[in-house]
Design a protein around this ligand. Structure first.
Ligand code: ACO
Length: 413
């Protein structure tokens, strides 16, 4: 195929590879719905458990059905004993996201029934188990690294309230629990975002639920995706006060650096989740008596929206922008922001996995080969080196100082 005839969709932009019954996004109108229910209605009225039910079964639960699912989740919150030993042995420098990915992966080894899940139809069990356990992993790891004993999950608290309780040891007030719950509902699913796509790719190989979720956790962590939640709060901390926003913004623009929490592949208007999170973030900040971070966000958003660079590119606040001041006001440590995102999104990842399993076809796109062709292989003796020989150089993992730097640059053709 000649290069001129190949239509390469970089980043798979605009490519539709499957149907879904889960979420619908209108990027121009700024609308999002789950299974036909508007995100504004769900955020205002639905619990996270109800949202998970909706995504897993594509319908709203009746009262007794919601109670059954909530019981099922509560019964799965505890971690297997042996996992504690592994958690204790994680290195000091492990980040919460690394710990979450590692422990989520470890869990599969204590749940052998997942091996034959396609035949056994037990994927939903695994989805429930992981959704219930992610908060316990996050809270326990956070306490252990602070030399505090982990706190057992409570079975009388909802998903969000229990997570706040396991982090602090204090039962959260209703407003804080509700705010986190709304955040979880808003983040539960979002079409074919990068982490969901990666979960579906793994599911399409008939991989198990744990493998799909671990794949998705790895994808979520990057700063262009879920990692932007942490980065956008780091920006606010770097700015420090509302009167410093202008200077920071001008420098950032001059340096041609991206502003985290803005822009979206699909939304070319305001992300509807950002609209809700902005208001929620304002309410939580006002209730806490400290509006500093919310005020910086508002001023920064004003500057972005009024700048021609962003206007021309139709760049608006995305979901990660107001997540920062919201979670910060809820006393959630900065490096738990991505794990919080994962806690919400796991319902969506697993719902997509179940959907993929129902009508599976291996996901296997192609790449256009753009390298040289018809080269002649020759014996190693006599090949021209790109790197000058250095008698004392030894290159082993970790690159000691005497390893030729040239070996680290990508090969040139
Ligand atoms: N700040 C500055 N410039 C931006 C930003 C931003 N946040 N976002 C996009 N742009 C610019 C790009 O530099 C590019 O400019 P150019 O046309 O002069 O080259 C143009 O807008 C298009 O950018 P792309 O990266 O090609 O657009 P894409 O649709 O791939 O971008 C993305 C989506 C990756 C999210 C981007 O907007 C971005 O990097 N945002 C910052 C990171 C972020 O907030 N990510 C979270 C997204 S929401 C989520 O995943 C939960």
């Amino acid at each position: 195929m000649a290069e001129s005839t190949v239509d390469i969709k970089r980043g798979l932009e605009g490519v539709i590879f499957t149907e879904t019954l889960l979420s619908a996004i209108d990027g121009n109108a700024g609308q999002l719905s789950y299974c036909g229910y508007d995100i504004n209605d769900l955020a205002a009225g639905a619990s996270y458990e109800e949202t998970a039910f909706l995504l897993w079964y594509q319908r709203l639960p009746a009262e007794n059905e919601l109670e059954m699912l909530s019981d099922w989740l509560r019964a799965n919150r505890r971690l297997p004993k042996v996992v504690w030993g592994i958690m204790h042995s994680l290195p000091e420098q492990a980040t919460p996201m690394e710990a979450l990915r590692t422990i989520a992966s470890t869990l599969s080894m204590f749940d052998r029934s997942c091996v034959h899940e396609i035949e056994g139809g037990s994927s939903l069990c695994r989805a429930v188990s992981l959704t219930a356990k992610l908060p316990t992993i996050i809270a326990s790891f956070d306490r252990l690294r602070r030399d505090r004993p982990p706190i057992e999950p409570r079975t009388d608290l909802g998903h969000a309230a229990n997570l706040l309780y396991m982090l602090s040891g204090q039962e959260p007030d209703a407003a804080a629990a509700d705010a986190l719950e709304t955040y979880f509902v808003l983040l539960a699913d979002h079409g074919m975002n990068a982490s969901t796509f990666s979960a579906r790719v793994t599911a399409s190989t008939l991989g198990d639920v744990f493998s799909s979720v671990v794949t998705a956790l790895g994808t979520l962590k990057g700063p262009l995706h879920g990692g932007a939640s942490q980065r956008s709060m780091e920006q606010l901390l770097e700015i420090g006060s509302p009167d410093k926003v202008d200077e920071w913004f001008d420098q950032r623009i001059a340096a041609k650096q991206r502003i985290f929490g803005f822009g979206h592949r699909v939304y070319k208007t305001e992300d509807p989740r950002a609209t809700i999170l902005r208001e929620l973030s304002r309410q939580v900040a006002e209730r806490s008596g400290n509006t500093q971070w919310f005020d910086i966000s508002s001023r920064l958003e004003e500057r972005v929206l009024s700048h021609p660079y962003f206007q021309e590119r139709r760049i608006y606040a995305n979901v990660d922008f107001y997540t920062g001041p919201l979670l910060y006001a809820l006393d959630i440590p900065l490096d738990l922001f991505i794990p919080m995102f994962a806690t919400a999104r796991v319902a969506g990842w697993t719902a997509h996995l179940l959907e993929q399993q129902k009508n599976n076809r291996l996901i296997r796109p192609r790449a256009y080969y753009a390298g040289p062709r018809d080269r002649t292989w020759n014996e190693i003796v006599g090949r021209e080196p790109l790197v000058e020989a250095q008698p004392d150089a030894h290159c082993v993992a970790g690159r000691p100082a005497n390893c030729p730097a040239a070996l680290e640059v990508p090969p040139r053709f």
